[in-house]
Write a protein that binds this ligand. Structure first.
Ligand SMILES: [Zn+2]
Length: 138
């Protein structure tokens, strides 16, 4: 599959997802509910990662200072650490996928409420990071 078809397919999945979200959201349709649900699922993602470390143990986090010195951006990217050791297990991955999916549900709801297009947002961000590369400084 060429890149253009893949991009179009992703647009369709994104558009279908956003449309389906608009059809099923009833109970938390208020902007206040959407905003606080986004926060809730952000916290649930972080909690699931923490439980992967402290309860499951499939990963550990060994965080230290990111020491870049006066390196170039290219060297900074090579030296930057995730601080994650190990590999997320299938059970923890399933939990994280569910929490991330719910987060995306409410992100799509936010887009619907504000009349924004999720696939346009993704495409603009993709273009921005593709253009700026490591100079996007994220
Ligand atoms: Zn695990």
């Amino acid at each position: 599959m060429d890149t253009k078809n893949k991009v179009n397919q992703n647009d369709t999945i994104c558009d279908n997802f956003q449309n389906q979200v608009s059809l099923v959201l009833i109970r938390h349709k208020s902007m206040l509910d959407i905003m606080t649900k986004l926060d809730e699922y952000n916290a649930r993602i972080n909690r699931a990662i923490a439980k992967s470390v402290t309860y499951c143990g499939c990963i550990s986090i060994n965080a230290t200072k990111q020491d870049f010195g006066n390196d170039s951006f290219e060297n900074m990217q090579k030296k930057a650490e995730t601080h994650v050791e190990g590999k997320i297990c299938e059970n923890c991955k399933d939990i994280l996928e569910e929490e991330m999916g719910s987060y995306m549900f409410y992100l799509a709801s936010l887009c619907n409420t504000l009349g924004m297009d999720l696939s346009d947002i993704l495409e603009k961000e993709y273009d921005r990071i593709k253009t700026l590369g490591i100079y996007s400084l994220k």
